[in-house]
Write a protein that binds this ligand. Structure first.
Ligand SMILES: O=C(O)CCC(=O)C(=O)O
Length: 340
């Protein structure tokens, strides 16, 4: 079965074609239904001002895909499959399941319990607020709480969405863990590619997509404000799955997946028009027990997009000199077993 979602505006259009595969790794019937329900939302998705000629195909099963749209570049030493989209001059890399369920939970905890509280605050809330998570724990179902409304938060150099700029004087704590992931991921890709990627993690936008708020989607935009936009942008996905559109492609991003936009892709138009409000695979990658973080992730998608803003790019990361940050993907089966 094929679900087609038309996303049309006068000068451009994106059409998503969601195949409903028979295997467990693809979109479930419920997710396909969500895609269909989102048809109107996709039509209304604002600010895409670019003519995309090709009909994107939802990439859900890269492990089986040897087509020209996406290809397996290689396997890293730690066993991660590294894929590359054929469009945008091979500058988009995709590593499914890079973070295991435990790591996803740990990263999410660091975000909600620490990072979003660090002054000076740069987030979507009208006024600076502290202790959002503490307040949320009192009544997680209260949709009026700031934590249930928080749309984005900056760490490191703050991005000013209104002026589309960074101000070198506005900066909050940048976590060592984000630097470690940025470097590890580039090193992992460098193991299998000829042209090494390098960059320095200086800033991250943490996006929150709450499944109960249909407006929490990301319209088409370019991350091209950074002075050093030649360096890669590394994006980590936690919690619910979603559709990531990039130029003529649509990728099904799930909890633990990593996407890297390098070179050509740094100027590319991308968007997140659909979040799946309970897709089985993503929620099985988080611990669905009484842990409030796991519960939050079961109803929220968090993305962390780490980038360099100002300084010159350092030499390519050498994988042999890295101290790894305990990242291991234990596989879907183990994640499933933890649910039992
Ligand atoms: O949520 C995502 O995966 C994309 C985030 C993004 O495009 C951005 O932060 O600029």
């Amino acid at each position: 079965m094929v679900v087609k979602v038309q996303y049309a505006k006068p000068k451009f259009f994106w059409t998503m074609t969601a195949h409903q595969p028979s295997t467990s790794s693809g979109l479930t019937a419920a997710d396909s239904l969500i895609l269909r329900k989102n048809e109107k939302l996709l039509r209304g998705c604002p600010s895409i001002q670019h003519a995309s000629k090709v009909l994107p195909t939802l990439i859900t099963e890269p492990q089986n895909c040897e087509s020209e749209r996406i290809c397996l570049v290689g396997k890293s030493k730690r066993g991660f499959n590294i894929y590359r989209l054929a469009s945008l001059k091979n500058s988009v890399y995709f590593i499914p399941g890079y973070l295991d369920a435990g790591t996803v939970t740990r990263v999410a905890s660091e975000i909600v319990e620490d990072l979003i509280d660090n002054p000076p605050h740069a987030n979507s809330l009208p006024e600076p607020r502290k202790n959002l998570w503490h307040e949320y724990l009192q009544d997680p179902l209260d949709q009026s709480l700031a934590m249930n409304k928080l749309r984005w938060s900056c760490v490191g150099y703050h991005y000013d969405w209104g002026n589309r700029s960074y101000d070198p004087t506005k900066r909050s704590k940048f976590p060592k863990s984000f630097t470690a992931y940025y470097e590890e991921i580039l090193a992992c890709i460098n193991e299998v590619t000829e042209r090494p990627l390098s960059g320095k993690a200086e800033s991250a936008i943490i996006n929150f997509y709450h499944s109960h708020r249909i407006s929490d989607r990301l319209g088409g935009h370019r991350d091209d404000v950074e002075v050093t936009d030649a360096t890669p942008l590394v994006s980590l996905s936690l919690g619910l799955g979603g559709i990531f559109l990039i130029e003529d492609q649509a990728i099904y991003l799930q909890s633990g997946d990593v996407l890297v936009m390098a070179d050509e892709a740094r100027q590319s138009l991308h968007a997140v028009p659909v979040i799946f409000s309970g897709d089985r695979r993503s929620s099985s990658r988080v611990h669905l027990d009484k842990d409030p973080i796991a519960n939050f992730l079961a109803k929220t998608r968090i993305s962390i997009s780490v980038r360099q803003v100002y300084s010159e790019a350092p030499a390519p990361v050498d994988v042999h000199n890295l101290c790894f940050y305990s990242v291991k993907y234990h596989g879907q089966e183990e994640a499933d077993q933890r649910l039992v």
